[in-house]
Design a protein around this ligand. Structure first.
Ligand SMILES: [Zn+2]
Length: 287
């Protein structure tokens, strides 16, 4: 049975709870960072979030942060990330890759069971900026579809471009499709191969300058998994609050995701020439 997990885990109430599931979620309730509020995101018309690229972001107050994790799930690291989040009663947003979700569906389901928001990060982490419209559309739709199938819960119409490499064509497509696009406000640099201490130091320094925002991590990185417990403690000791984002709308699969088939083509706004000649469209989109 599919269900949407969006309920705020109220750590303050954990001690009053009589259900084992709620109690285990917030064992460290009083000392935990917790979730301060849930922010509902209207995804219609493909809103853009993240000052790194778009000059605007989520409606966050001072010291409010949203944690996001890309590229997973991975059995060696994602479970450590989940354990750290659970220990602090924190909810995050994950942007999995379709192939990973399919291969490690049991890990994806753990993310869902913990009540985190799940979006999508394409099928195989291709740079969609360099693909034809047809191929880029397929990367996005196939990714969403695989993650939706593997998660066994209702996923969010939240999307992040691999490498943050967006394209005007795919941003327009996302707007028509009702996918919110997430860039970031604060990069952790965890993809650069730096260690856990450096991740914490850089991220906190950037956050202290920005005072709020979406933070981008990768749940596939060992250093990130290692850094997370101390990073969450640093957030709490510095007075930051966690906001859990959930969508107003739900992801709905297209009947077809094959480029050239009517529904995907219509949504993507593809011309007959583009459908017939992927190579030509590819060249026109490359910078
Ligand atoms: Zn990525």
């Amino acid at each position: 049975m599919r269900y949407w997990v969006a309920s705020l885990s109220m750590c303050a109430l954990a001690s009053l709870s009589v259900t084992p599931a709620s109690a285990s979620e917030c064992l460290h309730g009083e000392d935990a960072l917790g979730v301060s509020r849930v922010l509902h995101v209207d995804t219609s018309n493909g809103p853009l979030f993240g000052t790194l690229q778009y000059g605007k972001t989520l409606d966050l107050g001072p010291k409010e942060v949203v944690l996001t994790f890309d590229d997973g799930p991975h059995p060696h690291t994602t479970q450590r990330v989940l354990a750290a989040l659970k220990k602090e009663c924190v909810k995050a947003t994950f942007f999995p890759v379709g192939t990973m979700a399919e291969q490690y569906s049991e890990v994806l389901q753990m993310i869902a069971e913990d009540g985190h928001t799940i979006g999508a990060h394409t099928w195989s982490h291709r740079n969609v900026e360099r693909l034809s419209k047809a191929r880029a559309t397929k990367q996005i739709e196939r990714g969403f579809r695989a993650i939706d199938a593997a998660a066994d819960v209702q996923i969010a119409p939240f999307f992040r471009f691999p490498g943050l490499n967006d394209s005007k064509a795919m941003m327009a497509y996302a707007a028509r499709r009702g996918y919110a696009i997430f860039s970031t406000d604060v990069s952790s640099d965890d993809w650069r191969g730096i260690g856990a201490r450096t991740i914490i130091r850089r991220t906190m320094a950037r956050l202290n300058r920005q005072k709020r925002g979406i933070i981008l991590f990768h749940d596939t990185k060992y250093a990130t998994a290692a850094a997370l417990p101390a990073f969450l403690k640093a957030l709490k000791s510095s007075g930051y609050k966690i906001v859990h984002i959930v969508p107003d709308q739900t992801y709905e699969a297209l009947k077809s995701v094959e480029p050239g088939e009517p529904e995907a083509a219509t949504v993507a706004g593809l011309t007959a020439a583009e459908l017939a000649g992927g190579k030509k469209a590819d060249a026109s989109l490359q910078r």
